[in-house]
Ligand binder design. Structure first.
Ligand code: HEM
Length: 407
């Protein structure tokens, strides 16, 4: 049977529910038009999944994901030497200095927006945070963004993210967003290459526009646009974690106390716990590159394997009281690349682990520091619940704030 419908109905709990029912770390299902898939979860599963000898990414992402979320020709679908070379392009942008720059930009955008919010009765925090992240992303990458275009650019990047687990109108919005955004960025890459647009050499836009592949060729403008969107889009996605961070501050007020009064260490644990506790990326997928056996199961070459991200981050075998929000748990965490995988696991340079994980941590922390130290606000009654069957999810009310004051 094709379980795509169950997947959409059960969302983040689709894989964990079945693993619990079968009392196993692996089960077989059919998804996306009847394709056989093996679902795996846990630390050992992640270790297996990030073994480059046994898995490949080319052909792994379904067409509808490439049409909306990923685009075609980007780093996500590459393997071997070509992947390492392209991944190096991304990782070279994640230096300490570069992260400091984006944190400073982000802080400035929070300040500017907060001054505007003081004049308003209330705001919806989630879409506001997305706009702040969009402005931050464009300035850091070097992409010009006119004030009049802010709403549409933010919406397009946001719609691509929102299309991940969607069929129907949400998927179509993601496709429209991708098509418009790709055209926007293709034009900008062409203008950089034709010397019509000046951009500093250290800016990601410059680095990607003049990047050469393993054969010494520039990327075609379409691929360059896809990779630049692989920077802009996920930075906008950080707004979801920031909104969940704001929710955590509200739902668990004792953490706000500690965040305000304790040293920077607690803030780091808090950010990690936001990324572990709240649902965002549900799973990731790859194809087997060879035939092999694992835990008594035979994996045939070219089988789709799904690694359960949400379930691994909530596994009772790996985390005590996994469904409790407890930043202190990170005090004793040993830092394995395979048990805490909100943005994928394994190695950054040789594997497909998220290129922007350090940047994500930096911007969540910058944003939450601003919320706790520079802003006062009230949270009126509203529906702050979030669906576990909608992928990706966010608080239903978008987190409304009132009486906002800059301290
Ligand atoms: C890959 C999640 C932010 C750039 C990934 C993967 C996940 C992920 C699950 C796939 C891992 C795999 O398949 O093994 C997230 C989440 C984010 C986030 C939840 C928070 C909002 C970012 C940021 C950037 C970024 C801020 C860049 C500025 C990438 C790239 C890849 C990737 C380029 C592909 C890496 C590869 O295929 O080698 N991310 N990410 N992500 N992410 Fe992120």
């Amino acid at each position: 049977m094709d379980h795509s419908v169950a997947l959409l109905r059960e969302g983040y709990r689709f894989v964990p529910n079945r693993l619990q029912r079968f009392r196993s770390d692996i089960f077989q299902t059919r998804m996306m038009g009847g394709q056989k898939a093996l679902c795996i979860s846990g630390k050992q599963a992640a270790e297996l999944f990030y073994d480059n000898e046994r898995f490949k990414r080319q052909g792994a992402a379904p067409k509808r994901i490439k049409e909306s979320l990923f685009g075609v020709g980007g780093v996500q679908g590459m393997d071997g030497e070509a992947h390492r070379h392209r991944k190096h392009l991304f990782m070279s942008l994640m230096t300490k200095e570069s992260l400091k720059k984006i944190a400073a930009i982000c802080r400035e955008k929070w300040q500017q927006s907060a001054t505007e919010w003081e004049t308003m009765d209330s705001i919806e925090f989630f879409p506001e945070a997305e706009k702040i992240m969009c402005r931050t992303a464009c300035e850091w990458v070097g992409v010009p963004l006119w004030a009049k275009d802010l709403s549409i650019r933010t919406k397009d990047l946001s719609d691509m993210i929102d299309a991940f687990g969607a069929t129907g109108p949400r998927h179509w919005k993601g496709r429209v967003g991708r098509n418009r955004a790709e055209k926007w960025i293709r034009d900008i890459v062409e203008r950089v290459r034709n010397d019509e647009l000046y951009v500093e050499e250290t800016k990601p836009l410059y680095v990607v526009a003049w990047h050469r592949d393993l054969h010494g060729n520039l990327l075609d403008t379409q691929t360059a646009a896809v990779e630049i969107l692989n920077l802009l889009r996920p930075i906008v996605a950080i707004a979801r974690f920031v909104t969940f961070g704001a929710l955590a501050l509200y739902d668990f007020p004792q953490t706000r106390e500690k965040l305000t009064h304790e040293d920077g260490q607690y803030a780091k644990w808090f950010v990690q716990e936001v990324r572990r506790y709240y649902p965002f990326a549900p799973f990731t997928g790859a194809l087997t590159a060879i035939d092999f056996d694992w835990q008594g199961y035979h994996f045939k070459k070219d089988t789709l394997v799904i690694l359960d991200i949400y379930g691994t981050n909530h596994s009772p075998e790996l985390w005590s009281e996994p469904n409790r929000f407890k930043p202190e748990r990170f005090k004793d965490w040993q830092g394995s690349p395979f048990d805490f995988i909100p943005q994928g696991g394994g190695d950054y340079d040789r594997g497909h682990r998220c290129a922007g994980e350090w940047l994500t941590i930096e911007l969540i922390q910058t944003s939450l520091t601003f919320l706790t130290q520079d802003l006062s606000y009230e949270v009126p009654p509203q529906d702050l619940s979030y669906s576990m069957t909608r992928i990706p999810t966010h608080p239903k009310s978008n987190f409304i704030m009132e009486n906002i004051r800059v301290k």
